[in-house]
Design a protein around this ligand. Structure first.
Ligand code: THU
Length: 125
């Protein structure tokens, strides 16, 4: 993989956030992931009246990874619809480790970091 075009990824995540279904929280979240074959997949949060069954943006992005050819994530960013940086929740960090591995890069308030740093000693079967 060549260098990651973070600005392209951030813009894609911000655009995806606009598609969120979030009548309960009002928080629009978008996720964008660069895949190991160079394609880019996005997701947005899809809430649920039960609250707990809400799909985070990373979850729908994971579905897109699988539905559009599979592969692995190499770099991910999450953004609000105003472009603000968002961090994946704990469940979604597990998702990113499983689908991107510990070397997958994540955009964080402290710079670009690996998923190994963001979820140390992750659960493995
Ligand atoms: N949310 C995400 O989309 N990703 C995360 O990693 C954390 C939370 C969404 C879920 C819910 O629709 C809203 O943010 C407020 O929790």
């Amino acid at each position: 993989m060549g260098t990651v075009e973070w600005d392209t990824l951030r813009e894609a995540a911000t655009r995806a956030a606009a598609d969120a279904y979030c009548p309960y929280s009002g928080l629009r979240v978008g996720a964008a992931g660069l895949c190991d074959d160079g394609r880019l997949v996005v997701g947005c949060n899809v809430e649920n009246g039960s609250y707990g069954l809400t799909l985070c943006a990373e979850c729908t992005m994971a579905g897109q990874l699988r539905l559009t050819g599979g592969g692995r994530f190499v770099a991910v960013t999450c953004r609000g619809d105003g472009g603000e940086l968002m961090m994946p929740c704990g469940r979604c960090r597990q998702l990113l480790v499983e689908l991107g591995g510990p070397e997958c890069l994540l955009d964080t308030p402290n710079g670009i970091r690996t998923m190994r740093e963001m979820l140390p000693d992750a659960f493995e079967l």
